[in-house]
Design a protein around this ligand. Structure first.
Ligand code: ATP
Ligand code: MG
Length: 362
């Protein structure tokens, strides 16, 4: 069986370091591993519109930002198909058929959607499109016959929902769709990177992000203002690692070699954590180290972005070509789905013949 990746991001802002550790870094590794037959990376503009219907301009403007972030992180159009969701109408058709396989109460139980509804203060005015976006995600994943979906932990319920739809579809209409596997980051800190305010998840919608394209000055301001242990007041006080965002980011980004480079009095993160827990290590020192780590990680991304920014028409061309390829693949799957459901009336000579005979014999 072919090994195929599908994953993507909503164009609601520039990509942040949560995206990077949660999914983007992994995608680039998988792309370069050469182990996959096809890799589809989707800019989910149609999904972004489900909670930004009144602000399509925001979505429109951010497509290029996400594409630039992709290219600067190392996604390579020669190896991965980068495309825009709304340009693949077949995805809407698939969603429409999948909707019949899911109950309202099942959608209501989705914990990620529940949290997102609360976060957006939708309460009683939830747009139907937003409520049903897990179904449209199932269409995105299955349209490309994805076997592997590298995403952050918030996507677990979406993958569960997709698997249920696949099973139900295959059981009802015969084996057609492929059940995908979620690929979560193996590093615990990367599953759901918190925002700089220490809140649950770094998210464009919460405004607590460090963006991949952040300039050095803003990066410094953000790191220096990060949430740490509120009870660690004096340097001599023992500090807590658990829930301390600075250490969570170090868990996500730090490599031993950074100690030799920037903080040679420690060999590794364990030693730094031990000192902090014991007391006698100030937050500012740890933050300065994190700043060096982040700068080292982000600098090549920042520099590559500047190069791609010089040729925006090229980036749109990449997306256009990618969308054309994606459309062909989705069209094939849609045809298989319609055949399985027997809604291929005009191609079904048997149907026409049997109906004709029925009326002939009347
Ligand atoms: P929005 O606020 O518009 O929903 P977002 O910041 O949640 O934006 P998405 O586009 O919804 O970003 O998510 C894209 C991908 O990035 C998904 O795979 C998601 O799991 C992953 N991701 C997003 N935020 C984080 C995070 N803080 N930690 C780890 N992974 C994340
Ligand atoms: Mg999100």
């Amino acid at each position: 069986m072919s090994k195929i990746i599908l994953t993507g991001d909503r164009p609601t802002g520039k990509l942040h370091v949560g995206h990077y550790v949660g999914s983007l870094r992994r995608r680039v590794e998988l792309q370069n591993s050469g182990e996959f037959d096809d890799i589809f990376i989707m800019i989910a503009d149609a999904q972004a519109l489900t909670d930004n219907a009144d602000n399509p301009e925001k979505v429109r403007q951010n497509i290029i930002e996400v594409a630039l972030d992709y290219l600067s992180c190392g996604l390579d159009p020669a190896k991965s198909t980068l495309f825009i969701q709304s340009q693949i109408p077949q995805l809407c058709e698939l969603s429409f058929y999948y909707m019949n396989l899911v109950t309202v109460s099942r959608l209501q139980r989705n914990p990620t959607v529940k949290t997102e509804i609360a976060m957006r203060n939708f309460e009683t005015s939830i747009p139907v499109g937003f409520f049903t976006y897990p179904i449209s995600q199932a269409a995105d994943i299955t349209a490309f016959k994805a076997t592997t979906v590298p995403v952050g932990e918030d996507q677990l319920p979406m993958l569960e929902q997709t698997k249920e739809i696949v099973r139900k579809f295959n059981m009802t209409y015969g084996d057609t769709l492929i059940e995908p596997e979620i690929l979560l980051p193996d590093n615990k800190a990367c599953l759901r990177l918190p925002g700089i305010d220490g809140k649950a998840k770094m998210s464009k919608s919460l405004g607590n992000c460090i963006y991949l394209s952040e300039d050095e000055k803003t990066l410094k301001q953000k790191v220096m203002s990060m949430y740490t242990d509120p009870n660690h007041i004096q340097i001599s006080d023992p500090g807590q690692i658990e829930g301390n965002t600075v250490f969570t980011y170090l868990d996500a980004f730090c490599k031993d070699e950074y100690f030799a480079q920037y903080l040679p009095e420690y060999n590794n993160l364990e030693e730094l954590k031990a000192h902090y827990t014991r007391g006698g290590l100030g937050d500012v020192k740890v933050k300065k180290f994190l700043l060096n780590v982040l700068n080292t990680e982000l600098e090549p991304i920042r520099n590559r972005r500047k190069e791609f920014e010089k040729d925006i028409p090229y980036v749109y061309e990449v997306l256009k070509k990618g969308s054309e390829k994606a459309r062909e693949v989705a069209e094939n799957t849609l045809n298989e789905v319609k055949n399985a459901m027997k809604i291929n009336y005009f191609d079904d000579a048997e149907l026409i013949k049997s109906q004709a005979e029925k009326y002939m014999n009347q």
